[in-house]
Ligand binder design. Structure first.
Ligand SMILES: Cc1cc2nc3c(=O)[nH]c(=O)nc-3n(C[C@H](O)[C@H](O)[C@H](O)COP(=O)(O)OP(=O)(O)OC[C@H]3O[C@@H](n4cnc5c(N)ncnc54)[C@H](O)[C@@H]3O)c2cc1C
Ligand SMILES: Cc1cc2nc3c(=O)[nH]c(=O)nc-3n(C[C@H](O)[C@H](O)[C@H](O)COP(=O)(O)O)c2cc1C
Length: 1072
């Protein structure tokens, strides 16, 4: 029953306006009036089901009344009376009647005119209506839809159009009728990931899943993948159809005229809003399948689709990308985002020449239409909530206009989803029964958790690896134990340790080794107490995992071993053998295997049969984690790295100022000298580094490698948005941040600066390479899917992060704030392929001006020059091990140039080939003021001095003269380890000693150790004169040098190397 009085509708924008009068509402189908509850803000109704025949007859009569009233001036083929009689008799005979094509066309247009929620219906008369009632199979329907989409799109000049399929006949009223399941014909799919995140449009996850279950295979699961169309035909067959490629092109890239950050998001939207799930109800006939397409209003895309929280939810990401202050509402950042995105949408559609109206213009048009309808028709049913745009509401006339919402016939109606007809009735469970079951389950869970055994995981880490393993252990043990993690600092005092023992049934310690077989710095105090036997571990059931590096042969995982030993000596009981993980091998796999075996053992040994998981669950327990991206506040790379290195060091941004290759083309050993500049505050940063100190560098992945991988992951989030990664193993576990140091970075930074792309598992590398080759001829490999299955957060979460590398500073601090480093390109064969070190390759390829994140390392363990510059130095280096000595020589050279007396410097240097020897070029300047003697060993060289017509001596002489002509260098001694020395003299098996002016040349085929053995007197002289000895290079070489020095000092009757070390007169540094 309707409200029978006319209703006056005011326009509050202009006080003087004459109110509009609505009388049309008296025709409304719904209960309507002041006594009816206001449903103005109700969005969706459950939808209209099938009509009874009585309802259909009432509607049919009304339909013809209105139809013939509209056609008053025309000349219909049949008079109204004849037509109604005809329709009635068909209905009596069959239960149904059918519309003529003209009636159908009028019905669709008028339903649009009557649609209270449509703001664009002023165009109702121009609607093209396609009669597709002949289509019966899913394929027929799909083909008709595609044809009509092409006509509607019209090259971007969108034609308002409708297509109507066969009505639902009375005999089929218990079925959904012909149906398109999609809400709109062109829509983006939503893909739900394992972790609950959605890629694409969350609104369409259900449809995407349904389509997949019907056989749809999305090409990729991206943010803007057009959903296929799902159709149920009159026989209730349901099929899914991929949208044809040409129609897939009806999509507009969203760009912004002035804000590149919005353009960079790579947003898209489809060109036509073609509503496809509503029912056209006209004259008692229900057309369950029909589509109406107009064109978009800008805010429909920006506000309702891209910004809405339940949809793409881009408000905050865009706010951050635009660098707005998103911390509080009162900065009005949301308005800026809404405006800028709406501008972008409008701009993009115009750029693509696709029809689109801005919300101001459309509101004006609608307001005029409404007034005209009131004048000519006596009313205009309108839903204020829908026609007022979702932004700038108060700025458009419709906001100030009173409106009435009611339903006229013909109409577009919501209808129950097709699945409602297919769904089977389930047995109803009473609320009481359900509540009782839930309570019982909760009670049982509480009891089980109370009974749970407690596992405490203690970690000691320097670089974070042990902590990440501890987290993995926790995630595994939490399946059957009450598991928690503690840093070793919490058990450093005895009370803390006792509490840990009392509160734990088992303790798992995971610890790395640092320095010379010592603990990480966080465990230094614990380590001291441990060795002093200050702790008791009675009652503790423990297991230890030690992390280390097999490069440290003698001290491999020493701290882990010490922990394991001392815990047992202190009264603890070992659950299982200590485990080891070597960072030179597959440390993570070693840990995973160890922890899984431990978990299995602990479940079986510590848990009662009744309270433990089934054996299959224990054995099959997985360490696979799920990962997801989350938005976060933006942080700079340097902030993240600062957290990584801790507060005792300070991050700097270095710039590559100069780069020089020290090796000839084609050399097998390649060395580079880099000059880096940095910004320092001359007052605050007076002394930044001393000779012998290091810089730490965070290398970057090469952009070609990064891009290759990013291209292959289908779900990479928007590129300019700051993100964090969250992870968990067990479903019931809370999400936690994957690596808290790395938060607020963009996807580009995660792939460029955080994940070590050199450490991707070999099989994935192979896939990438194969794809690259196949990419050229367009084939895809079956293994390609491997990467696509990996989502991007998981990909990052599973590969190691880039660790900083240390480099000796090869110069002194200077006023121009520059420093040098000498880098050897790290090259080795892996699986038959040449692999390059991450940092050395990055540095090698870095162009001038490249920014490098790093810091000046303050570690105490670094080599230092003696205060007294008169003391002689013995420098033993292999390859880039010469780097720290360059800073020593630079310091001495500077001292000499200011008139300070400096002692002699003896350099024993080794490399593979004579051609790779870079000392000459590096010593040129220093040799003019310092007393330097060099001794060189080439381990693999055929001396190039052996040229036809020349003998080696001549060449060496020329070279030496050229180099040292101005110098005070006394002797030059060279050793070639694998050379057939052509200056081999009778009675001498390895050396040729010649005087070349001031220079003595000594050649030896061998290693630096051999030089030391030969030059015992030099070593003895340095020792006796109170000089300092240094050795630097790879750990093997440094070990060899130490052994030889020990021997030579003994042979020469000097103080032992041990004593030299105690007095810091022998210092060494291993590069790895
Ligand atoms: C205190 C200190 C000072 C240093 N100073 C310098 C310096 O001044 N100049 C300099 O050049 N270097 C220096 N280094 C070494 C430097 O830090 C790097 O380790 C080195 O440059 C290699 O780094 P990268 O990133 O290029 O190689 P990475 O990517 O780290 O590759 C090296 C890794 O490759 C693997 N690998 C190496 N060889 C093989 C092989 N044959 N088969 C399989 N895998 C292999 C190993 O896992 C190794 O850890 C110093 C190191 C330390 C600790
Ligand atoms: C400066 C330095 C010294 C190291 N000393 C040792 C050592 O003496 N013995 C050893 O086995 N490993 C040594 N390592 C290797 C680390 O123990 C190994 O890389 C470990 O995985 C680091 O784990 P973390 O990140 O948890 O600290 C050393 C590493 C560095 C960088």
């Amino acid at each position: 029953m309707s409200f029978k009085k006319n209703v006056e509708l005011n326009d509050f924008r202009c006080d003087a306006s004459v109110p509009l009068t609505d009388s049309l509402h008296k025709d409304s189908r719904d209960k309507f009036g002041p006594w009816a509850p206001c449903q103005g803000s109700k969005m969706l109704t459950s939808g209209r089901g099938p009509l009874t025949q009585a309802e259909a007859i009432v509607q049919m009569n009304k339909f013809f009344d209105n139809y013939y009233a509209d056609l008053e001036l025309c000349n219909p083929i049949l008079t109204k009376k004849v037509r109604v009689t005809q329709a009635l008799s068909t209905m009596e005979a069959t239960g149904d009647y059918e519309h003529t094509a003209e009636e159908l066309s009028w019905a669709a247009k008028t339903a649009w005119r009557n649609a209270p929620r449509c703001v664009g219906r002023h165009l109702w008369k121009t609607l093209t209506v396609v009669d597709a009632r002949k289509a019966s199979s899913c394929r027929d329907v799909f083909d008709a839809i595609c044809r009509n989409l092409r006509v509607s799109y019209n090259g971007g000049q969108v034609n308002p159009s409708a297509i109507v399929f066969r009505q639902r006949y009375m005999e089929a009223k218990d079925t959904p009728g012909i149906r398109v399941w999609n809400g709109v014909l062109l829509a983006f799919a939503g893909f739900e990931k394992e972790n609950g995140d959605v890629i694409g449009d969350p609104k369409n996850v259900y449809l995407a899943n349904l389509a997949k279950s019907l056989g749809w295979k999305p090409i990729k699961e991206g943010n803007f993948e057009l959903l296929p169309i799902i159709i149920t035909d009159a026989n209730q067959n349901t099929e899914v159809f991929e949208i044809p490629n040409d129609i897939k092109g009806y999509v507009v890239d969203i760009t912004h005229p002035t804000e590149p950050e919005i353009t960079k998001l790579g947003l898209q939207w489809y060109a036509i809003p073609s509503v496809s799930s509503m029912m056209l109800e006209a004259g008692g006939i229900q057309y369950t399948c029909n589509q109406v397409a107009g064109f978009f209003q800008d805010t429909e895309i920006s506000i309702m689709n891209l910004l809405a929280e339940s949809r793409y939810n881009l408000m905050e990401p865009i706010g951050r990308a635009l660098k707005l202050d998103v911390s509080k509402n009162s900065t009005y950042w949301k308005c800026t985002v809404a405006t800028e995105l709406t501008r972008a949408v409008y701009h993009s559609f115009k750029l693509a020449r696709v029809s689109m109206t801005d919300h101001f213009t459309l509101s004006d048009s609608f307001h005029l239409f409404m007034k005209e309808e009131m004048r000519t028709r006596g009313g205009c049913p309108t839903d204020w909530l829908w026609v007022v745009p979702p932004m700038s509401g108060g700025l458009v006339p419709t906001f100030h206009q009173e409106m009435l919402r009611y339903t006229l016939s013909p109409s577009y109606e919501y209808q129950p989803g097709p699945e409602m007809f297919f769904r089977k009735r389930r047995n109803k469970v009473s609320f009481r029964a359900l509540a009782t079951t839930v309570m019982k389950c909760l009670e049982m869970m509480r009891e089980r958790f109370k009974e749970r055994k407690r596992a405490t995981i203690v970690y000691a880490t320097e670089g974070g690896t042990a902590l990440s393993y501890a987290r993995t252990a926790e995630s595994l043990f939490v399946k059957a134990f009450s598991a928690s993690i503690l840093p070793i600092t919490s058990i450093t005092n005895k009370d803390g340790l006792q509490k840990c023992i009392d509160c734990s049934d088992i303790v798992i310690a995971i610890a790395s080794t640092f320095g010379e077989g010592g603990p990480p710095s966080m465990a230094e105090e614990f380590h001291r107490n441990l060795l002093n036997k200050s702790y008791r571990f009675d009652g503790m059931q423990f297991a230890v995992f030690g992390l280390g590096s097999s490069q440290y042969i003698e001290t491999f995982a020493n701290f882990g071993k010490t922990l394991d030993r001392e815990m047992e000596i202190g009264g603890g009981t070992r659950i299982t053998e200590v485990g080891f993980g070597d960072d030179q091998g597959n440390q993570k796999l070693e840990f995973d295997n160890w922890i899984k075996a431990l978990y299995e053992k602990c479940c079986k040994d510590y848990l009662p049969l009744s309270g433990r998981p089934q054996d299959t669950a224990i054995e099959g327990a997985t360490l696979d984690k799920v990962y997801r991206w989350r938005y976060s506040d933006k942080r700079s790379l340097s902030e993240c790295f600062q957290e990584e290195i801790g507060p005792s060091e300070k991050m700097f941004e270095f710039t590559v100022k100069a780069k020089k290759s020290l090796s000839p083309d084609g050399a097998s050993e390649k060395y580079y000298l880099l000059t880096l500049s940095y910004n320092a505050d001359p007052k605050r940063d007076m002394l930044l580094f001393l000779p012998g100190q290091h810089i730490g560098i965070f290398p970057k992945n090469l952009s070609s490698v990064k891009e290759k991988i990013v291209r292959r992951l289908s779900d990479v989030p928007f590129s300019s948005i700051p993100l964090i990664i969250e992870e968990k193993i067990a479903i019931h576990e809370p999400w936690r941040q994957w690596n808290p140091n790395y938060s607020g970075l963009t996807i580009d930074e995660f792939f460029g600066n955080v994940a070590d792309l050199k450490q991707i598992p070999a099989n994935l590398h192979e896939t990438l390479e194969k794809d690259d080759k196949n990419g050229e001829n367009g084939h895809k490999t079956s293994r390609e899917d491997q990467l696509e299955e990996l989502d991007s957060a998981k990909f990052i979460g599973q590969i190691p992060t880039i660790k900083r590398r240390l480099f000796s500073i090869a110069s002194c601090q200077n006023d121009s704030h520059t420093l040098n480093i000498l880098i050897a390109l790290h090259e080795f064969m892996s699986d038959g392929k040449m692999v390059r070190g991450l940092t050395s390759d990055f540095v090698r390829q870095a162009p001038l001006g490249e920014k490098i994140q790093g810091y000046l390392s303050k570690g105490d363990e670094q080599m230092r020059l003696p205060q007294d510059s008169r003391l002689p130095l013995l420098l033993v280096s292999v390859g880039s091990g010469f780097a720290p000595f360059m800073s020593f020589i630079d310091a001495r050279e500077r001292a000499a140039r200011t008139g300070i007396k400096t002692g002699p410097i003896f350099i024993f240097h080794g490399c593979r080939y004579k051609e790779h020897d870079f000392l000459n070029s590096l010593l040129e300047s220093a040799a003019t003021v310092l007393n330097i003697k060099t001794f060189r060993a080439y381990s693999r060289s055929e001396p190039d001095c052996k040229k036809p017509g020349q003998n080696g001596r001549v060449e060496i002489k020329i070279e030496a003269k050229k180099m040292f002509k101005k110098s005070r260098v006394q002797d030059l001694v060279a050793a070639y380890s694998r050379t057939e020395p052509n200056f081999k003299m009778p009675g001498q098996n390895w050396k040729a000693v010649r005087k070349t002016g001031l220079t003595t040349v000594l050649a030896k085929k061998g290693y630096v150790q051999d030089l030391i053995a030969e030059q015992g007197e030099v070593v003895a002289r340095v020792s006796r004169d109170g000089g300092y000895m240094y050795s630097c290079g790879g750990s093997e070489a440094v070990g060899g040098v130490r052994g030889q020095l020990e021997k030579t000092l003994l042979e020469q009757g000097c103080v032992s190397l041990q004593e030299m070390m105690c007095r810091k007169r022998y210092q060494e540094e291993k590069f790895g």
